[in-house]
Design a protein around this ligand. Structure first.
Ligand SMILES: Cc1cc2nc3c(=O)[nH]c(=O)nc-3n(C[C@H](O)[C@H](O)[C@H](O)COP(=O)(O)O)c2cc1C
Length: 178
């Protein structure tokens, strides 16, 4: 039987050789779908599940009562070679079928990247390294500058593709590659 602490949290079992990842108990402590049910029961706040890369997991996220999906490969840092999120996005949007918002991150560097993601069905995008690098280079004003640039570039891309509002952005703005 699984141990449960006073807050109702699952206490990870002691690591076995099978759950040791390169000598660390990382996998043994990883949250499970059961933990999501526990978390859902604790709050009515929206919960968005990050790191979804498979349609089957997207379906399970919705079944688990989550409020949104974040398509993410964590910036490709943890598993080199995992498919790009912009490539994964359409099949996950199709699976979600409007039931919950689908956000994505990974490789958003310019306004065009935001336009493309929204055209492929993303409700919104998130950024990681651009704001971290800006913070390191120029502090809080650097972060504000990056966000201003992304917004200005998105507005320019929308103007050039004839989209007056975010809701006007659809697949018609995309050109299919060979
Ligand atoms: C230094 C660093 C540490 C990160 N640590 C985590 C983490 O602990 N958990 C997580 O879900 N994602 C983590 N991420 C991934 C980001 O949350 C985000 O998914 C990713 O940076 C988005 O891609 P981008 O950097 O290309 O915008 C980390 C990213 C960086 C650059």
């Amino acid at each position: 039987m699984e141990a449960v602490n006073l807050q109702g949290m699952r206490t990870p079992p002691p690591p076995s050789p099978e759950t040791l990842l390169f000598g660390t108990p990382l996998l043994a402590a990883a949250p499970t779908w059961t933990d999501l049910a526990w978390l859902r029961g604790l709050t009515r706040l929206p919960i968005l599940l990050k790191g979804i890369t498979e349609p089957a997991d997207a379906a399970r996220t919705i079944e688990a009562g989550m409020d949104g999906i974040i398509v993410s490969n964590h910036g490709g840092r943890t598993l080199d070679g995992v498919r790009a999120t912009v490539e994964l996005l359409p099949e996950i949007v199709e699976t979600a079928d409007g039931a919950v918002p689908v956000l994505m991150d990974g490789g958003i560097r310019r306004g065009n990247d935001i336009l493309r993601a929204i055209a492929l069905g993303a409700t919104a995008v998130l950024v990681g390294r651009p704001y971290v690098h800006a913070l390191a280079a120029a502090g809080a004003p650097g972060v504000a500058h990056v966000l201003r640039l992304l917004r200005a570039e998105l507005e320019l891309a929308m103007t050039l593709t004839g989209c007056a509002t975010i809701a006007d952005i659809d697949r018609a703005v995309l050109v299919r590659g060979a």
